[in-house]
Design a protein around this ligand. Structure first.
Ligand code: GLN
Length: 185
């Protein structure tokens, strides 16, 4: 069985663990480079990207994470998507730069900072998506592929081995997103 690490510095890693198990892979919590390098792929969960960046720096995990991403798949949810992007605005912030996408943080504004929506999945019907202080993907590079959109903006994107969602599939029962990631391993 493939082994998927869930970065467990901050955020909702427990829900991802369960979702990975529903997608029939083995899930382990990752807090060190050694634990990460024992995995076939990695999930960076939602949370607060600024805090996660700080913790990654403190734990000396930024370089190991970039190197991991050069040969193995990473799935970033929400704050994880912000970390994988190569451009971050509102405000600008450093990132891993592993995917050619540009994201704007907290882009839905205060009034609607959390909402649930039915989104269209390309070729695969609809999906219920939970958005929590989500970013909007403002730019998608030519080698990236949009797998689902909401209100005209991409919300599920893959590029090569990596993928991101701006919503939280670990909070619903629909296994399609995690299953898609597990198939990339
Ligand atoms: N608003 C958070 C950020 O900018 C992301 C929110 C989330 O991961 N649910 O990092």
């Amino acid at each position: 069985m493939k082994k998927v690490g869930v970065l467990a510095l901050q955020g909702d890693f427990e829900a991802h663990r369960k979702a990975i198990e529903r997608a029939r892979a083995c899930a382990v919590e990752v807090r060190t480079a050694e634990q990460m390098n024992a995995c076939d792929g990695l999930v960076i969960p939602g949370g607060e990207s600024t805090t996660m960046l700080k913790l990654l720096g403190i734990e000396n995990l930024l370089d190991p994470l970039r190197e991991f991403g050069l040969c193995r798949p990473i799935y970033g949810t929400c704050a994880g998507a912000i970390l994988l992007a190569c451009e971050v605005t509102n405000p600008a912030q450093s990132s891993l730069g592993l995917m050619d996408i540009g994201v704007e943080r907290n882009a839905y504004g205060r009034q609607v900072d959390s909402h649930i929506a039915k989104i269209k999945v390309d070729d695969d019907g609809e999906l219920e998506a939970v958005f929590i202080r989500a970013p909007i993907i403002r730019r998608v590079g030519s080698s990236a592929r949009v797998l689902a959109s909401h209100q005209g903006d991409p919300v599920w994107v893959e590029e090569g081995r990596h993928m991101v969602t701006t919503f939280h599939p670990e909070l619903t029962e629909d296994p399609r997103i995690h299953r898609h990631f597990v198939e990339k391993l």
